[in-house]
Each structure stands twice: as C-alpha cells, then as structure tokens.
Design a protein around this ligand. Sequence first.
Ligand code: ATP
Ligand code: MG
Ligand code: MG
Ligand code: MG
Length: 470
Amino acid sequence: MLTGNEIRQKFIEFFESKKHKHFESASLIPDDPTLLLTVAGMVPFKPYFLGQKEAPCPRVTTYQKCIRTNDLENVGRTARHHTFFEMLGNFSFGDYFKKEAIVWSWEFITEVLKLDKEKLWISVFESDDEAEQIWMEECNFPKERIVRLGASENWWAAGPTGSCGPSSEIHVDLGVAYGGDENSKLGDEGTDNRFIEIWNLVFTEWNRMEDGSLQPLPKKNIDTGAGLERVAAMVQGKSNNFETDLLFPLVEAAGKLTSTTYGDTPEKDFSLKVITDHARAITFLINDGVIPSNEGRGYVLRRILRRAVRHGRLLGTKDLFMYKMVDEVVELMAIAYPELRENLEHIKKVVKIEEEKFSNTLDQGIQLVTNEIEEAKKRGENKLSGDVTFKLYDTYGFPYELTEEICEEMGIEVCKDEFVSKMEEQRAKARAARTVVMEKGQDSFIEEFYDKHGKTEFDGYEIVAEEGKL
Ligand code: ATP
Ligand code: MG
Ligand code: MG
Ligand code: MG
C-alpha cells in the first residue's frame, strides 16, 4: 500500500514522465494582492492562465500547500476537509488539452494508485459532450457512472469576465453505509459524504466578454487539482483523511498531549481532528512568515491557533500543548518541506507566545461568554448583543468566530452587524494603539518579525464582514 509520501512523489514522477517540469510549492502568501492565501495549486500560475505573463514552460506539475478558511467549519465534521492541505496538480499553459488531461488522470488513478475502477464516478459540465466522450472512448468509462452537473459544480471562472471553462471531477463511492441507497448517483441529495471528490480537472477554453458571451481562448489551458490527503485516504482504504498516515500520527500526538484516546467519543474525536488540522495550518503559516495579529493573514493564524487551544481546553488540557504539536508536524512533513526544520525553533516560539497569551484569558473568556449567554437567555433574548461579542474580542482576544461557535453550541444567535459596526468604530483607535505598542518596543520579538516579513495589508474586520470569501 502506498504511503502519503509515496503518492506525492509518484504523482510528480508520473507527470515528469509526461514532460512536465516540477516546480517547488509556492508560499502560502500569494504574490497576488487580490488573494489573502494560496487556496489552490493554480494560484502561483494565475498570470500565465490569464495571459498576463508568458509561462516559462508549457507543462508544470506541483504539490502545493494550500489553506482554505472557507472550509474551517467543516474541519473534523466532514471526513475530507482541512484548512491546510496539499494539492497535487498538473498544468498546461496553451499546450495539451482535454484529452491528455483526462487520459493521464485516468492512467495515474488506475495504474499507479490502482484504485478500484468500479467505485469511481465522473462528473462533467452539463453541456460538455466532448469530456464525456473522452471518458467513454479513451478510458472505457461506463456512461452510467458519468453524471452531468451544472455551473455551481462543474464550471470554473477567473471572475465575471475573462478565462473560464468547464471542469470534470473524479469521485470515489464509499458505498451505501455513507448515504443514499443502491440506486444513488453522484450528486444526489444526502450523498455528500458518500461520493468523495478527489480530483478536479479544469478545461479553461473560453473568454467571457463584457456582454456575457463566450469567445474561444486563443490558448487553452489545463488546471488540475487533487487533494493529497483525500487521495491517500482512498488508496489506504480509509473513509476519513485523519486516519491516513499523513495525519494519524498527529491525531495520536494530540491524544497524548491532551490525555485523550481517539475513538472514545465523537466530541473528543472532533477536537482531536481540529487540533491536528490546525497544528499543520499554523506551522505552515508561520513557516511562510505570518505572525498572529488582528489583521489579514495574521488574523487567520490567530483565529486558527486560538480555536485549537480552545479544543485543548474542551479535552481538559490546561498546559500549553500547541507549540509541542509543531515538533510533530515538522517531524512528519519535513521530508516534503525540508525548510520546516530550519524554522522549527522560530515557529515554536511564535506559537508559544500566542498560546500563552491566549491561555491566560481563555478560562475567563469562556466563563464570560457562557454567563452572558445564560443571562441573555434568562431575559428571553435569542441573540447575543454586539456589545458582548465585541468586549470578548477586544478584552479577551476571543476571535469573533469563536464566540459565534460557542453560541451555536449553546443554541443562541449572534448580532453580527452590531459586532461589525463596533469593530468599525474601534478600528482607527486600535490601529493607533498598536502603533504605540510597537514604538515603545514592548514586543521586540514581534517588531523584529514585522521588520523582516512586513505587515499584511488586509484587515481582520474585513474577514469578519466577508467571511467565506477568502
Ligand atoms: P469539495 O467540493 O469537496 O469542497 P472543492 O470542489 O471545493 O472540494 P476544488 O476547489 O475542486 O475542491 O479543489 C481541488 C481538489 O482539492 C479537490 O478535488 C479535493 O481533492 C481537494 N480539496 C479541496 N478542498 C479541500 C479541503 N478543504 N481539504 C482537503 N482537500 C481539499
Ligand atoms: Mg470546497
Ligand atoms: Mg466540489
Ligand atoms: Mg472541485
């Protein structure tokens, strides 16, 4: 059985054998002012896809570190979503197109990964006859397991105008135990956890004009992405990414550090998965130069780290533990990302400072949210006011989303608008205050870091306001 590391390597070797050049994973901080984080393998190549720059070579393959905050709530709840994950990709910049992309993905899945063909399902865009034909004629794929889906699933666009095109996704059916019945098809309601999407092939062939019409692109591109953790789960016969060899050692380490056993209760497993996932995300974010702050990427990091610390508390741990998780992540992943070793001490130091800071106020904060929620409920209210959520954020360093999560657990809503307007009021003040702290040199470590890596240009409050649109 292939290990996660072997799958990563075999993917790259496979596409090298198809004349692709292997590029190193780019930073999680994209060279792109419109994007907060690298969310997909294609991000570093956007200028080539959009025709803004000439590609250095026509075929490229990568394993790219990615972070998706829009999937944060899914982590540990679904078997297949992470904040940090690795995307395997092969790209064609005006070179090969649909046929090769489909045939090679099929060859890799069936001949290298040796996944059970009978369990595979394919989706194509509703009007993409060509893709369906290639699957059937070139790969002998049975028509019964090809499903045509609409734009929300199988269409990719760079924006309202510009490059776009249909996609084709490859899924594995885990079987009736995970939803639906014997007659269920990919895309049927209630089968989200049953059909696992492992690979997305995007065929960028159109240019959307101002008037909405589609013109064929002079140079057609291929952009594919396969989640390494999901592929590993399928290869290793696991229904959950966290049980693959890429992640399970971290689940066990989290268990040790919190005196918890995996498999004990669903709630505990959920917390262990969150800690596991978040340990990878914070390690890689800091490795790429992010530090905790109330803005932009720094806020993403802070939010993820604090959420993990809270899950440690839910498991009954009061000791600092997240900085120890960093050792485990680096041990496990340095084989693919050797720079982690060089940065280990630095990463641990950043995590420890932030963890310590938050741990000191966490219990008070949790007590306060719980009291406030109970008081609000007693008053017959079904919403927690912006005053309270803001105080928690401002005084106790509670990321807004954490308050929201606790509220959800306790069955009460949050006045998000009120919180956002409070944030707006305080924004200028908070900025000034932060400058003063830095000028006074009270936090020279953080200062040094800012000097070295620069500050991020986004605002935490914008994340709150535009949640899910990172
Ligand atoms: P899903 O529908 O399951 O959320 P997606 O369609 O959003 O996935 P894509 O944007 O097509 O995902 O990304 C390409 C591939 O990356 C997916 O087929 C999947 O294997 C992987 N992937 C996407 N999001 C995640 C995630 N949050 N965690 C782990 N792997 C992911
Ligand atoms: Mg998704
Ligand atoms: Mg999808
Ligand atoms: Mg997809």
